[in-house]
Write a new protein. Structure first.
Length: 103
């Protein structure tokens, strides 16, 4: 699976590349995985739309470690780790939820 913006096999990008920056997000507007919102701004569709709450049970998060797709709810309520392989995710990503998901 090709992740736009990814520079390594765990989905890190030039904007976010700490050890625990290992998720990609499928953007609702274009149904394409990007490493982060900045990658979507750089390479994306130009028409960002947030995931509606009614669709939070759809798979839209990719764990960069095990490559499992997570539902938005699994990701938001997963305690900053993958429920499949238990690798940690960056808790700082929560600061950007408003760029991806409806409140």
């Amino acid at each position: 699976m090709y992740i736009k913006g990814a520079i390594d096999d765990e989905t890190r990008c030039s904007h976010y590349h700490a050890e625990n920056d290992r998720i990609a997000i499928k953007f609702y507007c274009c149904n394409t995985y990007y490493s982060c919102y900045k990658c979507h701004e750089q390479y994306g569709c130009g028409d960002t739309k947030l995931w509606p709450k009614a669709k939070f049970n759809q798979e839209a998060i990719l764990c960069g470690n095990c490559k499992q797709e997570l539902t938005i709810n699994e990701y938001l309520h997963g305690g900053y780790s993958c429920p499949h392989c238990h690798v940690s995710f960056n808790p700082g990503c929560a600061l950007h939820y408003h760029l991806y998901f409806e409140k």
